[in-house]
Ligand binder design. Structure first.
Ligand SMILES: O=P(O)(O)OC[C@H]1O[C@H](O)[C@H](O)[C@@H](O)[C@@H]1O
Length: 507
């Protein structure tokens, strides 16, 4: 049963704790820092700075009853994507925990694709190709770009990698002069092979290659990719049972494998598989994804916080907030439940964020003294990959200080200098940032998102909300190209704006 606004006792707990300073919760329960923490593989998670105590937490965990079965259903290939009547078997791309024919068949396809991908990586390595251009958007871009960027220390340097994602061709214009078409491999990543941005950039690059270099595609629409001009033996598969934002673990990670090598790519998958096992086999109270999801429910539905920040204290994780925005907001940005009823409770918070320490010098003022408390996930890395220990100590000191300051606040000498505190946050500390720990971290968020979708009763695996804008853009394209008159546009505001654009372009 999805959540309803009258969950037993939760609001009563929240009211009981409403006036209690977060600092007081620590004083009242000296074991809290230890007991509100969880270690899973390379991740130490700390929930001690959330606005709940043991009794409230116990009540919150009572919501987790449906989750173990729901996880099992997803891993086994149950049709958890109800609106499209499909399973969501991204877990079969990296672990062998799913039972039954569906999961087994998915694993077989995934293994075949991985082996073909490994052969293609080896073939490219022994070629004279120097540059890889990955073209995709959303789930066909953010995962590979995040992995390549955040794991740059593991890049073997065999290829230079580039990413084109936006319809805005400024990126293409800047990139092409740096490349030699004869030594460039273009990788088109598109599950649907119908995405406007990808086809636009792909078309430009295909013309520029003019038969030189190499063209690859990763797609579930193999025929469309071949029709576009990609040789059949250079098309790697995707499947309708993997959502774009859950697809890093598939051949969508081709560019990651080219940058880091297959061994590192397999480590990324192994890290995700470690988290899969943890999530599937741990009881809710010791289950990191469940605890993470319930904490979000507490902050969103019980305390009413409308936004949530992700604050990685490591510049290599610069793209993580963007990646999680798609994962969380595209999966959970829905208010109609799977049975078509309207959700009686709020669902996804606006997720946003940026790396510390730089964001401390931009938006942290509002986090400390703004009118809306913003719950946050602080993400830190214990051991750096560089040889500047003083800098790293500074980063960790700031991470710990900000988490503490937001939670505890401080009485000021004047109202202007008063820090109210009471701003809840969690910490996720990775031992080090490497393929395995990144895989575990991303998989944890995936499972947390799925748990939330079960609790809210929404489908985490469709994204109907993005279609209307695409349709409208498609109908405006001929007008902008001058093939249809502006007058044919129905909406008066769009019509007026098109008039302005036309007039300016004619100047
Ligand atoms: O991989 P593609 O089919 O090109 O899709 C790329 C992206 O575009 C769509 O608009 C969806 O909102 C995303 O979920 C998807 O990842």
């Amino acid at each position: 049963m999805p959540l309803t606004p009258d969950w037993p006792g939760l609001r009563a707990h929240a009211m009981r704790l409403a006036d209690m300073p977060l600092r007081q919760l620590m004083v009242a329960d000296p074991e809290r820092a230890r007991d509100f923490s969880l270690r899973v593989g390379p991740i130490h998670a700390c929930f001690a700075r959330q606005r709940y105590d043991r009794d409230a937490l116990a009540a919150l965990f009572s919501l987790a009853a449906p989750l173990p079965d729901a996880f099992r259903r997803q891993f086994d290939g149950g049709r958890v994507n109800r609106s499209e009547d499909r399973p969501a078997l991204h877990t079969a791309l990296r672990s062998d925990l799913g039972h039954g024919a569906q999961a087994e068949a998915a694993r077989r396809s995934a293994r075949d694709a991985r082996d073909r991908m490994a052969a293609m990586v080896a073939d490219l390595e022994s070629s004279d190709i120097t540059d890889i251009v990955n073209i995709g958007i959303g789930g066909s871009d953010l995962g590979p770009r995040l992995a390549v960027q955040s794991l740059a220390e593991f890049d073997r340097g065999r290829f230079r990698t580039h990413f084109l994602f936006n319809a805005d061709a400024s990126g293409v214009q800047r990139l092409l002069p740096q490349l030699d078409p004869a030594r460039t491999a273009v990788v088109l990543v598109s599950k649907s092979f119908g995405t406007q941005e990808t086809l636009l950039n792909g078309g430009i690059l295909k013309d520029w290659l003019a038969g030189r270099g190499r063209l690859y595609a990763i797609s579930a629409a193999t025929d469309a990719a071949i029709g576009f001009g990609v040789p059949a033996d250079r098309v790697l598969p995707m499947w309708d049972w993997v959502g774009g934002r859950y697809s890093l673990w598939s051949a969508v990670g081709f560019t990651v494998a080219l940058a880091l090598g297959m061994r590192r790519f397999d480590e990324l998958l192994a890290g995700a598989a470690d988290m899969d096992r943890h999530v599937l086999e741990s009881p809710p109270e010791r289950n990191l994804a469940v605890w993470h999801a319930l904490t979000l429910v507490w902050n969103r539905n019980v305390l009413g916080h409308a936004t949530h920040a992700v604050l990685p204290y490591d510049e290599r994780l610069d793209l993580l907030p963007d990646y999680l925005q798609q994962l969380v907001m595209e999966s959970l940005g829905k208010t109609v439940r799977e049975d078509d009823s309207a959700s009686p409770v709020a669902t996804v918070p606006v997720l946003w964020g940026a790396t510390g320490t730089s964001s401390q010098h931009s938006f942290f003022q509002a986090l400390h003294q703004g009118s809306d408390p913003v719950p946050a996930d602080f993400i830190g890395v214990v051991t750096p990959a560089h040889r500047y220990p003083q800098s790293h100590s500074a980063v960790l000191a700031n991470l710990l200080a900000q988490s503490e300051a937001l939670a505890n606040g401080s009485a000021g000498s004047s109202p202007q200098k008063h820090y109210p505190g009471g701003r809840p946050n969690s910490l996720l500390l990775l031992d080090a940032l490497n393929p395995r720990s990144l895989g575990s971290l991303l998989a944890m968020y995936e499972h947390s998102v799925y748990a939330l979708s079960v609790l809210w009763g929404v489908n985490a695996f469709d994204q109907w909300g993005v279609e209307l804008g695409k349709r409208l853009a498609g109908s405006l394209l001929p007008v902008l190209a001058g093939e249809r008159p502006v007058d044919a546009v129905e909406d008066p505001v769009t019509r007026a704006l098109l008039g302005v654009i036309r007039a300016r372009q004619a100047d």
